[in-house]
Design a binder for this molecule. Structure first.
Ligand SMILES: Nc1ncnc2c1ncn2[C@@H]1O[C@H](COP(=O)(O)OP(=O)(O)OP(=O)(O)O)[C@@H](O)[C@H]1O
Ligand SMILES: [Mg+2]
Length: 620
């Protein structure tokens, strides 16, 4: 019992960003340090320039001992300008190296950060249960893994380059400006709050707009994905126009959201430039008067203007950083949603010897099982299901569409977990097996099954990667697939299109069955897996199952009564409840629903002239 509560306990898996920073910590540190070198250079440059103007060009008297020392460094004959020029060149080289290093390490840190993050999201999504997947649509998962991660990558990159550089330049330039002319810094003191106000406004209005934009990208991706993967259906229904319109609508949606977000950027840049220009004019006005009055050197004024530009532009950089930050936060939130999604089906609670438990016999039992897809709603898809399936037997499940057949069998390999009651395999609750061991023992051919691009052999080997060629062929033969596979030019090496598009529906179903057989499962579940296979071939598959897979439990969901009439036991399901269990003959006598299905199908068969072939094969 204790085990069970553990298995059901929600997984606390709060996401930690530090995990993606730690391995690359040196890059995260060295990058910004390099940028500091660049900043120091940038702050020194205007000072050099002012010295050239003041002492080199204007011929100002030297009043500082440091400058006097510099002036005499190259001797009386060498012009002062050369000394300064050498200083400037050295600074420029250092700046270049700093800039290069900053960009290099910043990029390296960001790229690695993003790659690890993407990998983790992918891993997490692989662990998702069916109900987790139901919650996010695939388009959204793809956007989160690509676009959102890229947003974060850009942010990290920018952050590493700008986070120290911008404030560093701001402070450095401010100190230099104050040292040059404290009274003129009043202009800067007036400009800064105005710009800061713009930034705050920008963040307040911008953030929700960027969040909205990301969700519109989701919509677009969902649209594209659904369309392109199902392009054949779209074409067969001549829905290209409709789909194009649907895309146009999603695209227009994104355009609208993008425009409203971009509008912020469009407004903010000229606004900032205006503030900066106004401040420059003010400095030139007041500073110019000071120069005329002889209170300030012309070189100092030039340097002051440069410092002010540096201060205000680094403020703008900070804005950009914030903007990127707000976009990144929107993306981070979306990534966190995926990473912090509680995986409801895990085997974390299975400990000790329980981890070794495997499916040995294939006996299945449903004890008072109830289930609904929507946990917050009353309606149940399955209600009080009681069913015992002995090991090695063949059980047919029949019932109208939507009655809950697929749902019922999905409880066995824990694709979904029951809401109430329990499902036992070999007398042990399925929750007490590890997912790996349970699913190793249960081979399931899903109703909506797909093949993957690659060769036929690659696909079959999903069942067992180590199976030898002979086994692969034998299983394909049981599934009545060997014949058509060998008739292909490349046989087992034939390439399948994405989703198995270049084989027929019936061939695809047989390949899916062969793939499941290769797992040599103790419990084999076929969910409507022979619906596209002709009745004669289907009879052969049934025959192979009866003789070659005698030891496995076979659960067969079908629409055609002929597919299940030979089963040891047939289960009739209606609206999520079992309405009858018995052999074909018993059910014909006792279950009206079964009799009605039988009669309607037999009628059709007699009319189509199939019945004779059918009955003889079934007897065989
Ligand atoms: N992933 C899902 N999310 C929500 N509801 C679902 C989901 N899958 C199935 N349902 C609902 O559960 C009910 C039972 O579906 P289920 O697929 O088990 O029927 P079924 O008997 O297998 O039908 P069919 O013969 O058409 O395959 C249906 O009403 C269906 O709408
Ligand atoms: Mg179904």
């Amino acid at each position: 019992m204790k085990k069970q509560t553990q298995a059901n306990a929600p997984q606390k898996s709060g996401m930690r960003w530090s995990k993606y920073v730690k391995p690359y910590l040196p890059y995260f540190i060295v990058g910004p340090l390099c940028m500091i070198v660049e900043v120091i250079g940038e702050v020194l440059m205007p000072k050099f320039l002012s010295m050239i103007i003041n002492y080199g060009i204007s011929g100002q008297e030297i009043d500082s001992p440091v400058i006097a020392w510099l002036f005499n460094l190259f001797g009386e004959h060498s012009p002062f300008i050369i000394a300064i020029a050498v200083g400037m060149i050295i600074t420029a080289v250092l700046m270049m190296l700093g800039g290069l290093g900053g960009a290099y390490f910043g990029a390296k840190a960001a790229v690695n950060f993003a790659a690890d993050l993407r990998q983790d999201i992918y891993r997490k999504v692989q662990k998702f249960s069916f109900s987790n997947i139901d919650k996010f649509n695939t388009g959204s998962i793809v956007t989160r893994m690509t676009n959102d991660v890229t947003q974060l990558q850009n942010f990290v990159n920018m952050m590493l380059r700008m986070a120290l550089r911008s404030p560093g330049m701001l402070i450095g330039a401010l100190i230099m400006a104050i040292l040059l002319k404290p009274s003129l810094t009043i202009v800067i003191a007036v400009a800064i709050p105005i710009i800061a106000l713009c930034i705050t406004l920008f963040i307040k209005v911008g953030f929700p707009r960027f969040t909205k934009m990301q969700s519109k990208i989701d919509g677009l991706n969902l649209n594209v994905q659904e369309n392109i993967t199902n392009v054949r259906v779209v074409k067969s229904f001549v829905r290209e126009d409709y789909e194009s319109k649907k895309f146009a609508a999603a695209n227009a949606d994104l355009k609208g959201a993008g425009r409203s977000a971009m509008l912020m950027m469009i407004i903010i840049s000229p606004l900032m430039s205006f503030c900066m220009n106004a401040a420059t004019i003010a400095v030139l006005w007041f500073g110019g008067n000071m120069v005329i009055a002889g209170e300030m050197l012309i070189g100092d004024l030039t340097a002051f203007v440069t410092y002010m530009t540096q201060i205000l532009s680094s403020l703008m950089m900070v804005t950009m950083l914030f903007m990127q930050f707000s976009r990144a936060m929107a993306s981070a939130k979306r990534i966190k949603e995926v990473m912090n999604e509680e995986i409801d089906i895990t085997d974390d609670g299975v400990v000790g010897a329980g981890r070794e438990l495997t499916v040995k016999y294939g006996e299945v039992e449903f004890r008072n099982v109830s289930f609904g897809y929507y946990k917050n709603r009353e309606e149940k898809v399955l209600e009080n299901i009681e069913l015992h399936i002995p090991a090695g037997s063949t059980v047919g499940i029949i019932g109208s569409t939507g009655s809950g057949k697929s749902t019922l069998v999905s409880m066995i390999p824990r694709l979904y977990d029951v809401d109430a009651g329990e499902v036992l395999v070999d007398g042990v609750n399925v929750k007490n097996y590890t997912l790996h061991n349970l699913r190793e023992g249960v081979g399931m051919v899903l109703q909506k099954n797909v093949l993957f691009s690659g060769t036929i052999e690659d696909n079959l080997r999903w069942g067992d990667g180590n199976a030898d060629e002979q086994t692969v062929r034998r299983m394909a033969d049981y599934a009545q697939a060997d014949g058509f596979i060998t008739s292909f030019k490349d046989g087992y090496k034939s390439e399948l299109g994405q989703g198995g598009t270049n084989v027929s529906g019936g061939q695809k179903q047989r390949l899916c069955i062969a793939r499941a057989l290769l797992k040599r499962p103790k419990i084999l579940i076929l969910d409507d897996s022979t619906s596209a296979v002709d009745t004669a071939t289907e009879a052969k598959i049934r025959h192979a199952f009866a003789t070659e897979l005698a030891g496995s439990t076979k659960i067969i969901i079908a629409q055609r009564i002929t597919s299940v009439m030979n089963a040891d036991k047939i289960v009739v399901i209606n609206e999520g409840k079992i309405t009858g269990v018995g052999t074909h003959a018993e059910l014909l006598d006792t279950n009206t629903e079964y009799r009605e299905i039988y009669e309607s199908q037999m009628d059709g068969m007699v009319k189509a002239g199939i019945i004779d072939i059918k009955e003889s094969e079934v007897r065989e």
